[in-house]
Design a protein around this ligand. Sequence first.
Ligand SMILES: [Zn+2]
Length: 443
Amino acid sequence: MTRTVLLLLLLTRSAFAEWPPPPPLDADRLAAAGLRVVSGPRLELVTDLPPSPAIDELPSVVEAAMPAWDRYFAHTGEQAPADWRLRMYLVRDRQPLEALGLMPDRGGDFLNGLSLGYEAWVAEQSTDYYRRHLVLHEATHSYMATVLGGCGPGWYMEAMAELLGTHAWDPGSGRLELGVMPASRGASAYWGRVKSVRDAFAAGKALSVPAVMKIDNRQVLGPDSYAWVWSLAKLLDSHPRYQPRFRDLPKEVLREDFDDGFRAAFADDWSDLALEWRLFVSRLDYGYQVAPEAIDFRPGRPLAEEPAEVTVAADRGWQSTGVAVEAGRPVRLSASGRFVVHRDAEGTPWPCEAGGVTLEYFAGRPLGMLLAAIDQRESAGGEGGSAWFEGSLLRPVGVGPEAELVPLHSGTLYLRVNDSPAAVAENQGELRVIVQRVKRTAQ
Ligand SMILES: [Zn+2]
């Protein structure tokens, strides 16, 4: 027992010892090269950029990130020591750093940023948001490498840096929130990950979870790769069922078989994850709220002679009816009830019934319209290649107040009201839906 503990301690210590302190700085030579230093307790910023609030507050941003990282990684048992401090070079022109011998020996051809232990490099960006994002991205790498002793495999390393790079910063109060879903394009100018995924999806180039896990940061990655790893981290970190397992992963960053451990942790519901991943990337947008869209995959039972009555919450994504339908056997759905689907700028609620409101459309259908879909995986065996069939969760059909559906596939019937994942949680109320067999008239 004692020997194991000792061995672990030695391993941990060697991981820390790997990163040397940054080289000393010569103030005169820096000044002569047009560089200045902005100092904070957690960040020493070396930059060629002129003084401005957005640059000079960066040490405060990293200082505010420190307790957030310590909280996020608390269960690893590691915490940044009181004297943890990162040196970051933020430059428009790399040449003066080169001349002073302050560029990295390896990886000097980085595109936007690089982290090597207690030193990081960031290329100047065109917006305050994206510059801050990259500072937090590289600083996350540095925290993980020096405090946890490692960052895990490439995809996970970049996923964590992207996840904890997305942020909301209020310079007035000094409040910083990490891991936020950007509320709008304007709130995350030039970051562009949402657009990258939407464009790739529209072009039929969406990546599967295993494909995202193959992203290897030992080569220079393009913006699309960062978009994919961020998306996967965002889904796993925000989804109530996946979050505990995802947040356990920082404990495993030193394991050679990290990816095997990841697959094993998600093996039991891998098919659910694959389906929710497809849904997530198919509708990714600013402000997307993962938790209200999380699906409880409750398998349905065959519909009895008696009609089934189910309720559909207006503020949730897809909900199992608990009813299994059969391919080719028609069912009738009749919905009743009123709910609130939206509020206007003054806060006045928009009342809505199952037909939806035609004042606003989402995904080509009236906002609030009752939608139906079938999860056919039980009959198709696993994930299936037919997740895109008409009437699947990815391609639902409109129901409205009343409709007769002839299922193309057998499976569990799911219902929801039509709304954006960014807004559905603000709805209020529910619908009652009667599901019944359609009696065939005798010939
Ligand atoms: Zn990175």
